[in-house]
Design a protein around this ligand. Structure first.
Ligand code: ADP
Ligand code: GLC
Length: 478
């Protein structure tokens, strides 16, 4: 079986969040299921610079006003198709926005182009690679199922995966004049979405199957609040909607072999973690106290992540005598708020603004607990990484966080099954209570150790998710 995976980020070439991790790791796991995956990504400068053996396989003389090519290439061991379209992608920095943080004005065309290239390959433009399945990820690839639908003929089956419903790719209706979709597609049963063109909506409407990245989030999508404007569609297509939990790349995230941390460790030598905690405290200028409960946050600083709630309860952390290390970037107000908190209490609170892969590893290896107070979370990878690294996750009971953390309630503690702390509803008061529960558990060293070990033993690899995707693909082809 051949799968064309389509998306706008792929680790390690271009990453702003977990989407890149998924596109980078899933193909290898699918290979173990006998599925050959190739990934189509935009030719951003960072991608173009990282290609080995690039070869032009399709010429597109006029793709929205410029010349483009589809290249077949490899990079970091990943088989890729790259849409080389300099007029759309040869721009520095972030894939979606300019240096001042404004979305590129032509994003509608930039990602329609990606979907069109996917449809070309899907429709057999390439002798050597005719996909059975075209798998589109998030709004940037959302038009691919629509293009394939309207092309007619013997098309591949399509899958649309939602990683983040907060970004839907909604563009003005006048784009219909350029997209190359038939005029009748601008309808409720087509690509129209609240008087605009909805890229994610289009994908959800036309894909043969819809998936999202956890079972709980698949259920939340069908609720009024969770559906974010698309509830009706999710309810109508409920039979085609599947929740498949993400995995993590257990090769990259392996505390026994990680070269980015101060001391490697396993379940049998958990005390070696202390060196990482000391290294982290040193690096961030926190007081070098081994017995102080150290919380960490590694996150985009966005409304979704609930970090304003955490900021509201900083006095609770202070009262507990705990420490907090924050690594993240995003909304200016949140960045400023955490920087100010760190300036006021440098021995207790540290804040690093930016995207720092290496520090992320040290934080996971050195922190005692990792906080993820998200308002909604399709899956979340940081809480799984935390468990693999023996850091106890403290999470909101939503989406994938609900599905991947076993709350330390009395029953779970008795059964030696707990791996972390959950709270609900997502509100500052409840987060404060969760922090206090965590502090109480921290004092019970035996219980804490057990939670660490339970988390480290859990299987968060891509093996199980890959089996589910393989089953889904096979079902679509049957
Ligand atoms: P999301 O995709 O919503 O941002 P996930 O938890 O699914 O959240 O994935 C986040 C990924 O990005 C993880 O691999 C995490 O380690 C990484 N990450 C997030 N923020 C940073 C940062 N500031 N520096 C380094 N890595 C980060
Ligand atoms: C999104 C979601 C996150 C998920 C990731 C990968 O960015 O916010 O919950 O883990 O995609 O699927």
């Amino acid at each position: 079986m051949k799968v064309l995976s389509v998306g706008s980020e792929i680790y390690p070439l271009v990453k702003t969040g977990g989407l890149a991790d998924v596109l980078g790791a899933l193909p290898a796991a699918l290979a173990a299921e006998g599925i050959e995956t190739r990934t189509l990504v935009p030719g951003y400068p960072a991608v173009m610079a990282a290609l080995d053996r690039a070869e032009t396989v399709v010429e597109l003389p006029d793709l929205f006003g410029g010349e483009a090519k589809i290249l077949a290439a490899a990079s970091a061991g990943l088989p890729l198709f790259v849409l080389d379209a300099p007029h759309l992608y040869a721009r520095p920095g972030n894939p979606y926005a300019d240096a001042s943080g404004y979305d590129w004005a032509d994003n509608g065309l930039r990602f329609a182009a990606l979907a069109r290239a996917a449809a070309e390959i899907g429709n057999g433009a390439l002798e050597g690679f005719r996909p059975d399945i075209v798998h589109a990820h998030d709004w940037q690839a959302g038009l691919a199922p629509a293009y394939l639908h309207y092309a007619g003929g013997q098309r591949p089956r399509t899958v649309m995966t939602i990683h983040n419903l907060a970004y839907q790719g909604q563009f003005p209706a006048y784009l219909m004049g350029f997209l190359g979709l038939p005029p009748e597609s601008y309808a409720m049963e087509g690509v129209e979405y609240y008087q605009s063109v909805g890229y994610l909506k289009a994908g959800l409407q036309f894909a043969d199957a819809i998936t999202t990245v956890s079972p709980s989030y698949a259920a939340e999508l069908q609720t009024e609040a969770g559906g974010m404007g698309l509830t009706g569609l999710f309810r109508r297509r409920s039979a085609f909607l599947h929740g498949i939990l993400n995995g993590i790349d257990t090769g990259i995230w392996n505390p026994e072999r990680d070269s980015l941390i101060a001391a490697r460790f396993a379940t049998e030598n958990l005390p070696a973690r202390r060196e990482n905690k000391a290294a982290l405290q040193r690096r961030l200028g926190l007081a070098p106290e081994p017995e102080t409960l150290l919380f960490a946050v590694v996150s985009r600083l966005a409304w979704q992540k609930g970090l304003d709630l955490l900021h509201d309860v900083l006095p609770v952390l202070e009262e507990m005598g705990a420490q907090l290390a924050v690594l993240g970037s995003g909304e200016a107000a949140l960045e400023a708020a955490y920087l100010a908190a760190a300036r006021a209490r440098p021995e207790r609170i540290a804040c690093v603004i930016g995207f720092d892969e290496e520090l992320a590893h040290l934080m996971q290896a050195g922190a005692d607990a990792v906080l993820v107070p998200s308002r909604f979370e399709p899956c979340g990878l940081t809480q799984m990484i935390a468990q693999r690294y023996g850091a106890v996750p403290v999470v909101a009971r939503v989406g994938g966080l609900a599905d991947t953390v076993i709350d330390a309630n009395e029953i779970a503690l008795d059964a030696h099954a707990a791996t972390g702390v959950q709270f609900a509803p997502v509100a500052a008061e409840m987060l404060a209570i969760a922090l206090n529960r965590t502090a109480r558990l921290w004092k019970d060293r035996e219980a804490w150790r057990r939670m660490q070990r339970n988390g480290m033993k859990a299987d968060f690899s891509w093996a199980r998710p890959a089996r589910h995707y393989a089953e889904l693909y096979r079902g679509l082809l049957a």
